[in-house]
Design a protein around this ligand. Structure first.
Ligand SMILES: [Zn+2]
Length: 379
């Protein structure tokens, strides 16, 4: 009889994945739990558990205490056995995070430094920060799944080239040039897609969503059927340049007038408080009249965009970025504004509009999570 080894390996891999995710989901399970839960035979489960144990993905050192009979081995997954690193390059900061297999940020470093890809020292600094986090987290070379680098630019679908980097000066346009001092597997990612990725990663029930990143520039990302949708030419979700003000709009950094970015970027608020967004919200809460006027104008424009997105996509709308981190306290007011626009009585914003849940360096973490998902696919 001919035996196709590849086919056998493939089957083993798929079963291992199934078992691994079952253990992740349930935390601590016995072999019998897996047999019953996944309707697999005992030899299949035993064989695959051995494989997962050999891969150092599953821990067998604990016992499940039984009231009668022998104590069974408890199978738990090891979170820190592999890790990925995420980097986020913004106009004034470099953020680097280490993420474990549960999606937790286990270490982070954020330094204030001006974005300047033409400066060799800046490129070196990126490499040094990656190394710092790697050493501090004690990630061995063979356990590092990869380094995801999020940038404020559209990125080619293979993660190799900068496309349309207009928010910042992209003096270097290839991954190789930007990651010159990162000696590990890496790739580039478009920043709002990564923040969106982190949101969907921690809440796998989100099937369709539009993520709006309300930072110093406005970006967006679309999730359709659990996958990032980039469109025909990678520009899917570019909500920042949607026309929001028809006449006499402000000039956008893209060169056009009246873009959504010009009315809903975070600086529309913190220009009032010397670039300090937290101070803006302190003023707003204290009843400051100008802060209130600015906030009302901001929410008005935002509610219009949310309404339009909902009419187009009929999915969840996630608000992230700098302002997204504060929006929770004002979500009822925003829902009211959105609901006033809908023609569908049963369509309530509170059911689909949500502030981002991932508060710690979501963009850098999302860039790392891509490597974790790749790893899960390969187990
Ligand atoms: Zn624009």
């Amino acid at each position: 009889m001919l035996v196709n080894n590849n086919h056998l390996n493939e089957r083993l891999t798929r079963k291992s994945q199934q078992i691994y995710h079952f253990i992740r989901k349930h935390g601590s399970v016995s072999k019998q739990d897996i047999v019953i839960g996944l309707k697999l035979s005992l030899p299949t489960v035993t064989q695959n558990l051995q494989y997962l144990t050999d891969m150092e993905l599953v821990d067998t050192s604990k016992k499940i205490l039984n009231t009668g009979g022998r104590n069974a081995t408890a199978y738990t997954y090891i979170r820190s056995t592999r890790m990925a690193i995420g980097v986020y390059l913004t106009s004034n900061h470099i953020s680097v995070v280490a993420v474990d297999l549960s999606g937790n940020v286990v270490d982070m470093e954020k330094v204030q430094i001006k974005f300047d890809l033409a400066d060799e020292d800046y490129l070196k600094r990126i490499g040094e920060l990656v190394e710092l986090v790697k050493v501090r987290t004690d990630i061995k070379d063979e356990s590092l799944l990869g380094v995801g680098i999020a940038v404020q630019s559209l990125v080619s679908s293979d993660g190799e080239t900068i496309r349309y980097g207009i928010a910042l000066d992209f003096a270097k346009t290839t991954r190789k040039e930007i990651a010159k001092y990162i000696p590990y597997k890496n790739r580039l990612f478009h920043d709002p897609e990564m923040a969106c990725y982190a949101e969907v990663w921690i809440d796998r029930s989100i099937q369709n969503a539009f993520y709006i990143s309300l930072s110093n520039s406005v970006g967006g990302a679309v999730v359709v059927d659990n996958n990032i949708y980039r469109g025909n030419s990678l520009k899917g979700g570019e909500i920042g340049h949607m026309l929001a003000v028809r006449e006499n709009g402000e000039k956008c950094y893209c060169g056009k007038y009246g873009c959504f970015d010009t009315v809903c970027r975070a600086t529309k608020l913190d220009e009032y408080t010397n670039g300090n967004l937290d101070a803006f919200f302190v003023k707003l809460r204290s009843g400051d009249k100008i802060a209130q006027e600015k906030w009302d104008a901001y929410l008005y424009e935002l509610s219009l965009a949310i309404h339009n997105i909902r009419m187009l996509f009929d999915g969840k709308v996630i608000l992230g970025g700098y302002v997204g981190a504060y929006i929770g306290d004002y979500i009822d007011q925003l829902c009211e504004l959105v609901d006033a626009r809908t023609p569908f009585e049963d369509d309530k914003a509170k059911d689909y509009l949500m502030p981002c849940k991932y508060k710690v360096e979501a963009t850098a973490a999302g860039a790392a999570m891509n490597y974790i998902d790749d790893f899960f696919d390969e187990i």
